[in-house]
Ligand binder design. Structure first.
Ligand SMILES: Nc1ncnc2c1ncn2[C@@H]1O[C@H](COP(=O)(O)OP(=O)(O)OP(=O)(O)O)[C@@H](O)[C@H]1O
Length: 739
């Protein structure tokens, strides 16, 4: 089992035996952990100059603290809390013996260094650390109830070769030599003949099962046979609409390969973020297979005279359920009206791993008796085509996930989320080899925040790892060139961590991704399926991990209703990875001789040290604090945007703001943060730093806004920035809407 590899091989029988409910007890060691981290911060982090974003950037070698100081060990038997306080400060203490928690505060008050660490509260003399115990006052983690689920199975490959189809020999040769594919996948075996026969089709098969070639091969086969030969000047004969720019680029590259022997057919891509002028020029020259995002195509329909659809014979909607979603429906209507107004009879194809109520909306794109293709397994375990023309509605919301995908969930109280994510990343990318991880979060701001924080704390100069952890980011607020670059870099890299919004959830085929982490749960089960589908592609192995708080645990049942089954991974097991990382050690290196109690305590202490390092990095300067607050605010906004049928699981009122703040490295819940629409009062609005009120949306608006924002940023909090950008970009001919 993949999760077994997470277990530390501490000794034959000493894997940490934790009890989550026992996490309430504050201990002196825990406080020592705080103090130790405080010291580190003072001696190490304070020396680094803050980078542009405010976090401590990588430090040069001579900025690093001396090794021995940094790695200073305090013998376990000596409690540092008992160190004698300076004489003058001791006077300040009352004669009463303070309680443990007070002792820490008192000690820190007395230590001049601590002024650099804690927040100033009420004047010079009352400096104290606001880091509360990570392991105190957390909700209990109840047992996870996992309903019995029969997972839908789809066999990926058949034993049939492409050579058996009636394809142009050059096309078969290209598949073998250029694309390295010889045998058909199940969806290709059933879809290619249907499309070659000229029928419309609605195709549903699991993620990573080869749907692109399932429509690409018949399309190329049919266009290369057109007589007289297609000319560039004929304009588009096929229009392929996809929801994101990266997917447009990816599909374009596949067509470039498929068309190698058929040089007279010209593929082209139109997408937001590219220069409109250049695209217009390419349209004028002629594009025969037009791959496009919906918004940019609408833009050209409205503004580019040379775009003509009189020759279009194929319309393909890849990730059709997404394109048919509310956010894109208006664009799609414009596209369809434009296509329907002219041209020969057209073949229409819709594809996705999660086509749900697609058919009921197909009337809108005037399909002619579409064949529904669903790859499933019959009683003999043979893949079969369901050739019904109605799509069994009962089946439509049951999703198949790749057979070799191992799906996990972990229940983590809010306060511990950040350290748990960090520990998981370290476990995979520092202490194991060859892992490539995608981490989905709910907003651009959170992606930016985590990137800078992890680079500063996990990959910083003290990381002592060769090579260092490579973090990447992908979200809709990035410039297009950067998005393209990151997508390519991450696709090619052997190991790394991509922090992203749902902009990367659909269709992207990045090789050798081993883990998908959903740090924020997606808004729909369909999105869950697409996110996890970035791994375990085309029959490969892969794993996924979904983070839930104790209050969100019924999401497991919601997924089970769609035939998705998860196994539980214990938070303590993930945190125990920190025993391998001596940067966070408190009582010394682990030598395999600790009792399980001491080990449990050391893990907690290390988690506390790590959390404190995060908090120190965040509170190092005002810019960093503001970045953390923005990320928190955007997280809260996203939380309010779950659809109404999910509100019983994800409700803003169930969030503990202080605990949520801690997962953004903030020591306190920020004052005046707008977390919910003010009811009959403007009090909150008046206090809010970010003056944008959280609008009250109807469910439809919320879904539409989410749909759009997922591609733009994952969160509607960017809309103001977008509007600003729009004004600026209209002048230089760029599209404001990001796809
Ligand atoms: N017949 C085949 N043999 C081997 N590999 C294949 C075959 N067909 C496609 N592939 C490869 O499988 C991978 C996944 O294909 P593709 O992206 O088309 O999947 P998909 O079903 O569209 O996934 P998603 O639902 O996530 O968009 C690609 O790397 C592709 O090159």
């Amino acid at each position: 089992m993949a999760e077994d590899t997470l277990m530390l091989n501490l000794s034959s029988d000493s894997a940490p035996a934790f009890h989550s409910k026992s996490y309430q007890r504050p201990t002196s060691q825990e406080k020592w952990a705080l103090k130790k981290a405080q010291k580190r911060k003072y001696s190490g982090i304070q020396k680094g100059l803050p980078n542009k974003q405010g976090f401590n950037g990588p430090k040069t070698k001579d900025q690093q603290p001396p090794e021995d100081k940094d790695e200073e060990d305090v013998p376990a038997h000596k409690s540092p809390v008992r160190k004698p306080a300076p004489k003058d400060a001791a006077k300040a203490l009352s004669s009463k013996t303070p309680k443990p928690a007070q002792r820490v505060k008192a000690h820190l008050k007395m230590t001049p260094k601590s002024k650099h660490v804690g927040e100033h509260k009420g004047g010079e003399d009352s400096v104290f650390i606001k880091t509360s115990s990570l392991f105190k006052n957390n909700p209990d983690i109840p047992d996870v109830h996992r309903p019995a689920v029969t997972q839908l199975k789809e066999k990926v490959f058949t034993s049939d070769s492409f050579a058996e189809l009636d394809l142009h020999p050059h096309l078969v040769a290209t598949l073998t030599k250029v694309l390295n594919v010889t045998t058909m996948t199940s969806v290709q075996k059933v879809t290619i003949p249907v499309l070659l026969s000229g029928q419309d089709a609605v195709v549903r098969s699991q993620t990573g099962s080869g749907k692109t070639l399932a429509y690409g091969i018949p399309l190329v086969q049919s266009l290369q046979a057109v007589e007289p030969k297609i000319k560039r000047g004929d304009g588009p004969l096929a229009v392929i609409v996809v929801p994101t720019r990266e997917l447009a680029q990816q599909s374009f590259q596949i067509f470039q390969k498929l068309l190698k022997p058929f040089t007279w057919i010209v593929p082209g891509v139109l997408m937001g973020g590219e220069k409109r002028k250049a695209e217009k020029a390419r349209l004028r020259k002629g594009i025969n297979i037009l791959i496009t995002t919906p918004g940019r195509l609408v833009d050209h329909i409205k503004n580019t005279l040379s775009i003509a659809f009189s020759a279009v014979r194929w319309l393909i909607l890849d990730e059709a359920d997404r394109i048919l979603d509310l956010g894109f429906e208006k664009d799609l209507t414009v596209i369809l009206n434009s296509l329907n107004a002219t041209g020969p009879p057209r073949q229409n194809v819709l594809l996705s791993a999660t086509l749900t109520d697609g058919l009921s909306r197909l009337a809108g794109i005037s399909m002619k008796e579409p064949v529904s293709i669903q790859v499933g397994e019959n009683s003999e375990g043979i893949n079969e085509l369901t050739p019904d023309h109605t799509t069994a509605q009962g089946k439509s919301d049951r999703f198949a996930v790749p057979e070799r995908l191992q799906q996990h969930m972990v229940v983590v109280p809010s306060k511990l989320r950040l350290v748990c994510l960090a520990a998981f990343i370290l476990s995979k990318c520092k202490f194991e080899k060859g892992h490539k991880i995608i981490v989905f979060v709910s907003s651009c701001e959170a992606v930016e925040f985590l990137l800078i924080l992890f680079n500063a704390v996990l990959s910083g100069p003290k990381a002592k790892q060769q090579p260092p952890l490579s973090f990447f980011r992908l979200h809709g607020n990035m410039k297009q060139e950067e998005r393209t670059e990151v997508f390519q870099e991450f696709s090619l890299c052997k190991t790394g961590i991509l922090l992203c919004t749902d902009v990367a959830a659909r269709g992207l085929d990045m090789p050798q991704v081993t883990w998908i982490v959903q740090y924020n749960p997606p808004t729909t089960p369909a999105e869950y399926v697409h996110r996890v589908g970035r791994t375990a592609r085309i029959g490969a192995k892969g794993s996924s991990l979904l983070f839930l708080t104790p209050a969100e645990m019924s999401y497991v049942t919601s997924l089970a209703n769609h035939n998705i089954s998860l196994s539980e991974m214990k938070m303590e097991m993930i945190l125990s990875t920190l025993m391998l990382d001596n940067r966070f050690k408190v009582r010394g290196k682990y030598d395999g001789k600790m009792s399980s109690g001491a080990l449990e305590q050391e893990v907690r202490d290390r988690a506390t040290v790590l959390q404190t390092e995060f908090e120190n990095a965040v509170h190092n300067d005002d810019n960093s604090v503001q970045a953390a607050k923005r990320a928190l605010q955007s997280f809260l906004r996203a939380y309010t945007a779950y659809p109404s049928n999910m509100k019983h699981i994800f409700h803003i009122k169930a969030l503990h703001l202080g605990h949520a703040a801690k997962s953004f490295g903030l020591r306190d819940a920020p004052q005046g943060l707008v977390t919910a629409p003010a009811k009959g009062s403007n009090k909150d609005k008046g206090q809010a730093k970010d003056k944008r009120p959280l609008k009250k949306f109807s469910t439809e608006e919320r879904v539409a806004s989410l749909t759009r924002s997922e591609y733009a940023s994952g969160i509607d909090g960017d809309s103001a920035a977008k509007k600003k950008k729009k004004k600026k970009s209209q002048a230089n001919g760029e599209e404001d809407r990001v796809e």
